[in-house]
Design a binder for this molecule. Structure first.
Ligand code: NDP
Length: 479
């Protein structure tokens, strides 16, 4: 019988109301495990337990939190290969990338262990004689964390670690497609001595478990990463309980290649940005905006490199691109390939592939001759597909790059300091990359976007305090 994995509520492993199968998208015969789906009543129990546990947890002070996070970081590092294997099996990321993601999660826990000891305030002179004014940061309270399937270790880590570091109690709901990695992290957090109620794991569908978190009055803040429609629904529903919200959503990230770019570098950056991790990154380069003088040479080189990518099972040593995460996602990607043709693009690659095992394999795709007003250039596909848009000059490139409802990441490949600087200043996004792929970021600096990509304070680095704390201004007289 396959392992059954339970939810963690108030320090106890508890069943839900049914079990959900977790299957390997590289090999559908591989049943990874069965995971308990929580109910709205479970969310309520978790929220009450979290609220009850908070005062004692906060009284312990920052050193207890720093030490807990440090212990978690060590365990995650020590078990990186095992967790990475789980991640590769359930999400489809190739094993080296999966292990690297887990190590990143460990770095994030370690970083916030340090941050727990650096929570600073301010003291100002009052405009009234004899009065002192201080500004301090206090924990938000009980926070709900809702995560997507594409980074099953890193995204939970970059929400859980700051939440705990700044003294909050956590309820984590991972995406139903990838409960295994989150469950392993939860076990580590629990076993390393996180007090009962301070960290809770509730698995199950977003429409039930996530929705119950959004509606719960004891949950003061909700940090979500996922698609725009879900983010919008959360923003609307969250208003009813006046929740503080942090929403990280999609992207349609442009990568500009100018005539003066180092072609080797540009092809490598676009190959990585568009297709690695099967294109399932919110920062993936899904629009390649290429200046006319270099367009044909660039397309020829990128096509050759793309068609040479080895698509295969996540655990196979020679795979460079793993499967698409699910049947539904693959169907959606293939529909976009058809749409690209219908909209007038020349499509290279993009077809479903047979692998050595039954899985959701797809050859990466380039949509040549795309126009920026086509649906394939405006809608997030979230698969290994990139639209190539030819432009005349830098000004047109920047204007096309900004002509999108999203604003997460944008890149430019150029040898011109002038154009690099103008792009850094002019791109209406949260993250700009010069001669680097649009995907791939550091963990100690802010992450997030503008326009439809993000709502609320930035994630990661010390700026995460903006969301996970609330400020108190105190005035005192006398003494
Ligand atoms: P979804 O929006 O479908 O789901 C994200 C999470 O929200 C899941 O845990 C899901 O649960 C949950 N959820 C679904 N419905 C509700 C609801 N009504 N109330 C509360 N929670 C709900 O996104 P995906 O998981 O498909 O992830 C892909 C998306 O994430 C892409 O659009 C991508 O761009 C974005 N993303 C953004 C990043 C960023 O930082 N900007 C980083 C990574 C991804 P379940 O799936 O279990 O039903």
């Amino acid at each position: 019988m396959t392992d059954v994995h339970l939810n963690l509520i108030d320090g106890t492993w508890v069943p839900g109301d049914h079990l959900t199968e977790n299957r390997n998208p590289s090999d559908l015969s591989d049943l990874i495990g069965r995971y308990a789906a929580a109910t709205a009543a479970d969310v309520d129990r978790a929220a009450r337990a979290a609220a009850a546990a908070l005062p004692a947890w906060q009284a312990k002070g920052p050193l207890a939190r720093a030490e807990l996070l440090d212990r978690i970081a060590r365990r995650v590092d020590a078990e990186a290969e095992v967790i990475g294997r789980m991640l590769a099996r359930e999400e489809g990321k190739i094993l080296p990338e999966a292990i690297a993601e887990v190590r990143r999660a460990a770095q994030i826990f370690r970083f916030y262990g340090g941050e727990a000891l650096r929570i600073a305030g301010e003291a100002l002179a009052s405009v009234r004689p004899g009065v002192d004014v201080t500004i301090t940061r206090e924990p938000l309270g009980v926070v709900g964390l809702i995560t997507p399937w594409n980074f099953p270790a890193a995204i939970p880590a970059w929400k859980v670690a700051p939440a705990l570091a700044y003294g909050n109690a956590v309820i984590l709901k991972p995406a139903e497609l990838v409960p295994g990695t989150a469950h392993h992290l939860a076990r580590i957090i629990h076993e390393e001595g996180c007090p009962p109620g301070i960290f809770n794991l509730v698995m199950g569908p977003g429409s039930v478990v996530g929705r119950a978190m959004v509606d719960h009055p004891l949950i003061a803040g909700l940090s979500f990463t996922g698609s725009v429609p879900t983010g919008r629904a959360i923003a609307l529903a969250g208003a009813a309980t006046m929740k503080k919200l942090q929403l990280e959503m999609g992207g349609k990230n442009p990568m500009v290649v100018l005539d003066d770019a180092d072609l080797d570098l540009a092809v490598a950056a676009c190959l990585n940005g568009a297709f690695f991790s099967t294109g399932q990154r919110c920062t993936a380069s899904s629009r390649l905006i290429v200046q006319a003088g270099v367009h044909d040479a660039f397309v020829a080189r990128l096509t050759e490199a793309m068609l040479a990518l080895r698509v295969g099972p996540a655990l196979a040593e020679d795979s460079q691109i793993g499967p698409v995460v699910s049947a539904m996602q693959l169907r959606g990607n293939l529909d976009y390939v058809d749409l690209a043709r219908a909209e007038g693009c020349t499509v290279i690659g993009g077809e479903a592939l047979n692998g050595p095992t039954e899985g959701y394999f797809q050859r990466p795709a380039l949509f040549l001759g795309a126009q920026n007003d086509m649906r394939v250039a405006r809608e997030e596909i979230f698969g290994p597909c990139a639209a190539v848009i030819k432009v005349a000059d830098f000004d047109e490139a920047l204007s096309v790059a900004n002509d999108t409802p999203f604003g997460l990441s944008a890149g430019i490949c150029t040898a011109s300091l002038k154009h690099a600087r103008a792009f850094r200043q002019g791109a209406r996004v949260g993250m700009v990359m010069v001669n680097l792929p649009t995907a791939g970021v550091d963990f100690h600096v802010p992450f997030g976007g503008t326009k439809g990509s993000s709502l609320g304070p930035r994630e990661q680095g010390r700026h995460a305090a903006e969301f996970f704390t609330t400020m108190k201004t105190a005035y005192s007289f006398g003494g």
